[in-house]
Design a protein around this ligand. Sequence first.
Ligand code: ADP
Ligand code: MG
Length: 334
Amino acid sequence: MKKPVVSVKNLTVTYQIGHSLLGANTYLNAINDVSLDIERGSFFGLVGESGSGKTTLGRAILKAAPISAGHVAYCDGEVEYDLANISGTQLKDYRKRAQLIFQDPYAALSPRMTVRDIIAEPLEVMGLTKSREETDARVREIAAKCRLNLEHLRRFPHAFSGGQRQRISIARALVSGPKFIVADESVAALDVSIQADVLNLLKQLQDDLGLTFLFISHDLSVVAHICDHVAVMYLGRLVETAPTRQLFAAPRHPYTRALFSAIPSLDPDDRGKAQKLEGEIPSPTNPPPGCKFNTRCPHATDICRSEEPKLEHPGDGHEVACHRWRELLELVPA
Ligand code: ADP
Ligand code: MG
């Protein structure tokens, strides 16, 4: 089997958020002991409520958040890097291979640059082309792949709609020829009809260019549409991961089930049944003992309040961190 493009092992990302002269500093684990593999050519979804650590995990993989403990390995068939110990020319090369598509197509694009210059900038910053002609040719090639009108390259971004701007952002992320893309809430700011357009483009680009995606979203219906594998996060922990179909057919973690039942149903007979996820997500500076979800879980018992469940690997590719998941399958079928 091919090595995963990204292999995260026991990753912890800690931020110091308060200083005290008496030594009582406050720390926050935005990511806590997370392990996961992203297979080459996959569209890997990362879901969870706001504050669960999705952006931080994406940033750590891009070497834009600290790897406080654990390892992140990158392997695209041409190079292999240990991201906890990467610097210099290797890091420069990695920046070309792993790219981010931003959430907000309005904030991400400089209003004073033409579309051509916005897309060309990474080539110039990374020194990847030798002449203006070569840069222009590369910009036109990638703009066409992102279905941008080449006539528009001379214009400024304010002239464009949200969907077009997002395609400019995508072209900018792809111009250096990356193999791995983190798309963080990349369609969240767009109208539903435009979302489908951009998602189809991402899927098309994945096929054409052989890309691997980490697709971060709080919207499960978007994830169901585009991802082949999904990981669910809660308070900096990975609580469940499985192939998309398996996860949607039979979620195992009470948190995943609660996320699913919060999706409005199209079936009018079902609409009343949607359970809302009660209560607030606890503060990551003061997480509860035991399972981090126990304060909101309708099935929590004593062990859930005292012992943190480990991620179990039952052997069917569907991993879950819950003391009671087997029992619940029978007690409360999904
Ligand atoms: P999500 O993307 O799932 O909404 P984030 O990764 O943005 O979650 O945040 C996870 C937690 O880490 C939050 O509690 C957030 O406040 C905290 N956090 C994120 N970035 C920083 C930072 N640079 N410094 C301190 N705390 C941070
Ligand atoms: Mg985020």
